[in-house]
Design a protein around this ligand. Structure first.
Ligand SMILES: C[N+](C)(C)CCCC[C@H](N)C(=O)O
Length: 288
């Protein structure tokens, strides 16, 4: 099983995450809290209350964990294509796989990474939603002191299953949308690249950026539900399950609720995925 795709996926995932984290914090807050009027209001309040550091809350943890999960996505994707089409990454430019194969391999990667992502994503969302300013004398301490404390508290209160809160919603969110992600990337690359050649850096940036946007647009409704299920039981009401969360969110806030965070998700998705794909392709090319 070729391993370099896993390593390249890991490094490229980490680069994308750093670039995207401030957007991600604003998104999670908009999706789960009602105190903000919009993106700008959320940014201003976060800055005033918590300084620039507020945007980078909980970042070291995703860098260490979620970038590893990205390696699973790209590693499984490439190895699934190898199994389906018997071509390695290097051979695929000369013998491009069909879009059906790309879709199936993307869904497989998405499905497997979602399960590994679930506990890390849960901790990220819980930490991002702590809006208390850092270490102000006299103010009550935040519920979680950091990622390890957060994981331990959830484990203590709810057992190992607690760490997989929202995992179903996450799997449903990621399986089809990561199929869409790789199909969009491949399709755009092929539009701008002569047959048999490697896409230029510009093409990879644009194709990666749009692959990110399109897959995030498709993923946003379930992203909202996922974040709410992850926060359930804390500040938020508890839900009877995925369906209950969908129905009661729609009843209380209208259908627009499913598009919360769409603009910010898309604004984040372009740079993050442009850099992710560019560094991924570059690393694989330089390793030959
Ligand atoms: C499929 N869905 C759109 C949900 C996720 C796509 C993940 C791609 C990248 N790691 C990122 O954070 O943007």
């Amino acid at each position: 099983m070729p391993a370099e795709e896993f390593v390249a996926g890991w490094i490229s995932g980490a680069l994308g995450l750093v670039l995207g984290h401030p957007f991600d914090t604003v998104k999670v807050r908009l999706q789960t809290q009602t105190t903000y009027r919009g993106i700008v209001d959320c940014m201003v309040k976060t800055y005033r209350h918590e300084s620039l550091l507020g945007f980078f809350k909980g970042m070291s943890f995703p860098i260490a964990s979620i970038s590893v999960v990205n390696s699973i996505l790209f590693g499984v994707y490439s190895n699934a294509l190898l199994a389906l089409t018997a071509t390695s990454h290097q051979e695929r430019r000369a013998q491009p796989p069909s879009y059906t194969h790309v879709f199936i391999a993307g869904c497989t990667g998405g499905f497997l990474q979602a399960y590994c992502l679930a506990p890390f994503d849960l901790i990220k969302v819980r930490l991002q939603n702590q809006t208390e300013p850092r270490a102000k004398p006299g103010s009550p301490p935040p519920r979680y002191r950091g990622p390890v404390h957060c994981a331990a508290s959830i484990f203590q209160a709810e057992g190992p299953r607690g760490l997989f809160r929202g995992a179903w919603a996450l799997t449903l969110r990621d399986t089809p949308t990561l199929g869409i992600y790789f199909v969009t990337y491949e399709w755009l690359c092929r539009q701008f690249t002569p047959d048999g050649q490697n896409p230029s850096s510009g093409t990879v940036l644009v194709a990666g950026g749009f692959a990110g946007i399109i897959s995030w647009v498709a993923a946003t409704p379930l992203d909202v539900i996922k974040s709410r299920m992850q926060m359930a039981g804390l500040k938020q009401r508890a839900y009877g399950g995925l369906l209950d969360c969908i129905v009661s969110s729609a009843r209380q806030e209208g259908l627009g609720v499913f598009f919360r965070g769409l603009t910010i998700n898309s604004a984040r998705a372009f740079p993050v995925n442009a850099i992710t794909f560019l560094s991924y392709e570059y690393l694989l090319l330089s390793w030959g």
